[in-house]
Design a protein around this ligand. Sequence first.
Ligand SMILES: [Zn+2]
Length: 247
Amino acid sequence: MTALKYTDAHCHTYEIDLVKLDGLGKLFELIVSVSDDAESSLKTLKLGERYKYIVPCVGIHPWSTNKENLDDELKLIEKLASTTDLRCLGEIGLDKAFVPETFNTQLKVFRRLLEIARDYDLAVNLHAANAWKQTFEEVLRYGIRRALFHWYSGPLDVLHELVARGYFISINPAVKISTRHLSVAKKVPTRALLFESDGPYLYRGLNLNPEMIPETVELLAVERNIEPSELVKITENNLMRFLGLDR
Ligand SMILES: [Zn+2]
């Protein structure tokens, strides 16, 4: 039997050192790698050229919108969307939990990025902390076809609405300690389910990184009374649909 290969739908790979990335190819079929600003977008694209398992996303994180050169950064993102074989924008979105003070700028930047995603038919890898419904509404308004709400911990009625639209939710290793995220993990239909690490990130003492995905799969497999290998297969297919690579 060949060893299972996993997928990670949302990881800040550019913050992981190359020695570690060299090894991750053995454990992962695909790691969707998000960026936080112009500089990290360029780094992530380079990693996509270097590693077959890395699918790069470029973008401007809502936490990175308090800058003076935003217009230049947005122009670069559009140029990358038009000149590379990019499949995805991310990490993009809205945040009312950690940086509510920049919300108006966030919204302007997010709308411009959604225009780019629409114009180039890109998937969007979304951050929507405490802004779940509004992020969902913006994505709908721009007619985005493929969207992933990363580390979803919003209201369950919005969860059902976005799943009904064919959008995806990614479950983070934080399910180990977060009862709120676990309640989402129990409710999300299998056809909308993805796994993510959001690594590298320190969350309440958990050192989130891609190597935590196997135990997260295990935990949900037990919860759903399904074989881990089956869950890996299903979520890999989901990820291919998210990326528009299933055709
Ligand atoms: Zn992230």
